[in-house]
Design a protein around this ligand. Structure first.
Ligand code: AHM
Ligand code: MG
Length: 335
């Protein structure tokens, strides 16, 4: 069978299945084009002069890498002129980015983490891009932060790219999850897997174990049971993997099952976890659910969290359904 490009896949989603309109198709195409540009910049490594710190901080007080800044610029520049967006929000920018007045405005809001896992750049380990699409509320011409604060159930599309040994783009528009691989010679994303499903059974977990002393009791209980292995309450051995790039860890789970966890901990009692709801947890939760998995804060379904601020953080549990349900039950028992 002839390879199906992302462009053709999206046109068929629009024309034959009516799942997306031409503006949403354009939006996804433009984001994918930006991901190609980021992939090229990441791939050049030291030769591109893009490794290392940008000597600046983002709104979360994290030191930005040169590639964080560059990836953010690539996504902004690619998306602001097409007429498909009302505004853009990014992990790397304190406030939403308005579409310049010289360009037409569209009906969508785009949110992204331009380079997830960026602490891995300098050691040549996979990083990625995460994005989420919401509709701009009716009648709003100049969207503000409040217009972005919609629960994840309202997402119209979400996706992530992983810049690893190969560059892949994983996408949902609400009817399954599809995976595309970048053909570097041709320069286009090609459909390589339709309808990804997360395996139900798992023997693998992903968590930063160095924080164990800061965890709350339900977390300690869950992980101690996994560590107890075959002779413990779970009756089987579990393996652990932690890349420290959420995109790479969740992609592994999409492929062979498992649970990804970044819990709230007592190291920073006022901060509910490390990961950001709007451009990390929600898009990945949408994708994971669409692939038959589950995503939770421990207390509630991730996609039903009513956001209160753009850069809000949440505890994250996602992956194989039975594991997410079990660890969430442990949290609810504690309440
Ligand atoms: P980033 O978006 O600034 O790169 O931070 C998010 C990353 C996730 O990709 C990853 O799961 C986590 O931070 C790793 O955190 P830690 O270094 O605490 O293990
Ligand atoms: Mg991130």
């Amino acid at each position: 069978m002839k390879p199906i490009s992302l462009t053709r896949f999206l046109i068929e989603e629009q024309r034959e299945l009516g799942r997306i309109n031409s503006d949403l198709r354009l939006l996804i195409e433009v984001v994918s084009r930006a991901c190609k540009a980021i992939s090229i910049a990441v791939g050049k490594g030291a030769l591109g002069g893009v490794l290392g710190s940008a000597h600046s901080e983002n709104i979360q007080g994290e030191v930005q890498k040169k590639l964080d800044v560059l990836s953010n610029e690539i996504l902004l520049e690619a998306n602001e002129w097409g007429g498909h967006l009302a505004a853009i929000a990014s992990e790397e920018m304190e406030h939403p980015h308005a579409i310049p007045h010289r360009y037409p405005k569209g009906e969508y809001l785009l949110l992204f983490d331009p380079l997830d896992g960026s602490s891995n750049i300098d050691v040549n380990i996979s990083v990625g891009t995460i994005f989420s699409v919401l509709r701009c509320p009716d009648g709003v011409k100049e969207p503000t932060e409040a217009d972005f604060l919609q629960p994840g159930t309202r997402q119209l599309a979400a996706g992530y790219a992983v810049y690893g040994p190969s560059t892949i783009l994983v996408l949902t528009t609400g009817s399954g999850v599809h995976s595309f691989t970048l053909d570097r010679e041709v320069g286009s994303f090609v459909l390589t897997e339709r309808n990804l499903r997360i395996p139900v059974e798992t023997q693998e977990f992903a968590i930063n174990m160095s924080n164990i002393r800061h965890w709350e009791p339900p977390m300690k209980r869950y992980i101690e049971e996994l560590l107890a292995g075959k002779t413990g309450p779970r009756g089987k051995n579990f393996n652990m993997r932690w890349v420290a790039s959420m995109v790479a860890d969740v992609h592994r789970i999409m492929t062979r099952g498992g649970i990804f966890i970044y819990p709230r901990d007592l190291k920073q009692p006022l901060t509910p976890g490390k990961l950001r709801l709007m451009y990390e947890a929600n898009p990945m939760a949408f994708i994971v659910e669409q692939a038959g998995g589950a995503a939770s804060t421990g207390e509630q379904r991730m996609l039903e969290v009513q956001p209160t601020s753009l850069h809000q953080r949440v505890p994250v549990f996602m992956g194989s359904k039975a594991e997410v349900e079990r660890v969430s039950a442990y949290h609810r028992e504690q309440q």
